[in-house]
Ligand binder design. Sequence first.
Ligand SMILES: O=C(O)CCC(=O)C(=O)O
Ligand SMILES: [Fe+2]
Length: 584
Amino acid sequence: MSSEKNKGRNSKWRRRGSPSVQESYRHRGSIMSQQHSSDRGSQGTIEDRFEQFVQSQTRINTQILEILSRMTQQPQTSPFPPVVTPRELDQYELFERFRKRKPSEFSGCGDPMEADAWIIEMERIFRMLLCTSGQRVQLVTYMLRDAAEVWWMTVRASYTDMDDAVAWETFKEQFLHKFIPAPVRSQKLREFTELLHGGMTVPEDGPSSTVCAHPNKYSPTGYPSHGQMSQQSAVDNKTHSQKYVPSSIEKNERGTQSKSQKDAIKSSEYSSICKGDMSQENSFSDACGSNDYCISPMGGSQHEEDIHDNVMSVTTLQPSEYSHHIFDICPVQKKGVKLAPSFLVKNRELWKERAIGQDFFELRPGMILMKKYIRHSDQVEIIKKCRELGIGSGGFYRPGYSDGAKLHLWMMRLGRNWDPKRKYEERHSMDNVETPVIPQTFNKLVERAIQDAHAFIKKRSNVSSVEAVLPNMTPDICIVNFYTDTGKLGLHQDRDESKESLLKELPVVSFSLGDSAEFLYGDDRDVDKANKVILESGDVLIFGGKSRHIYHGVPSICSKTAPELLVNETNLRPGRLNLTFRQY
Ligand SMILES: O=C(O)CCC(=O)C(=O)O
Ligand SMILES: [Fe+2]
């Protein structure tokens, strides 16, 4: 029967499990034949017509199926892949998709190598999202918290005019440079160099399966991550702009750790004071020895809260002053909302500052105290600038001595590096971090302060040469100290500048900001014989000429004495900021 033939022909179009077209018509036919079962006399004719009908329908269906088949087969036979235009996601949609992948937050307050891992995680998410380089930056910065958020606030402005194409790469580079401190890089470098010297090599064209625990794992961040090290960086020590880095070692090929590896791992155990572990940092010794900066004469060991309060992130990679801290002198307020001071309060405070006036005092020959000399707006600018530089690389740290004793203050060097052990040098010797330059505006203020001091000396004593009393100087070094409530500094002389500078008795110019401090000065290191003045926010103290070699120090900070307006505008943390300018 032709219906049987059709059944065979159609079977190739039939999808498994679904009835053939003909089968369905047959079924329909049986219903129809039931419907017409009463019309027995004309059954043959009806059946013939039905058969014709079925055949014509089957032909039509076959043709339709053939057309459909050709249509569905076309993409496979076409030499060109189908063009898919992805729909551009709007910002909200993009963010939702990003969030659905549960990206981790990053606080910058833990193991530095978390920064590397975090960037890897973010890039893994981006492989699934269709977004531009600029959008990547927007998305990831939403996940920054604490120190990392603070850092982003300071660098964010530089992204506004940035070419979208480079935003992500720039972000990555800056981020990793910030959160993988130079000492960690140096440490990784040392580990790697040791391993190279230990006879292990990395082939030029990539990672070696003999030296890599994870032979296929490249760091997209360009930083050596947990157990990764840049081969190139081992050679030229220019680590952070490098892009693809072969993995290095946690275990050697036999799966055991060599001594140097064990040491390296041991020394990379970071303790985070954020999390309350102060074991490494807490080794304060008040033994004075010959250290000029030693705290001992004014006694006391630093309170634990003092450290606690001020550390945002600490690594104790080395028990040295180069351990990386992020110390923010103006931390972002989290709790509560601080109301801006009313105009009245503002004017009253500004008026008060002006009313106190610029009172100058000659404390000794060549030692001039200029009360409230720095204007409020300049104080704000200085604090903001110090804050910005202070959270960057080469920013605030806790200086200390080889025996582990630490100064009771946070320090940052501008222009030239200085530390209690190594004295002056061009750069931070351990980590190759460039010392920030002294901002121009600071130097201008110093210049003006010396001129005004000269005018004051002239008017007061009518000397023929003011410079003989107080020599002029052009600062190329600025030591920035931040004292918390419990901060202090022992009696000392500033005598590490060049012989020439010391011989010429070029002055030290000191700016005080924030809380007031007791300041002692005298001819020797005897606290009882020393004179005392209170240095307040905005005061400038100059000591040069015959006073250049005085012993001086800060026995205590007067808490809650900072001008309210200044704290309001800068969010300066409780404590005192001091800048001393010198010419090397
Ligand atoms: O904080 C001060 O007023 C003095 C700082 C000081 O003497 C120094 O940094 O050498
Ligand atoms: Fe000093």
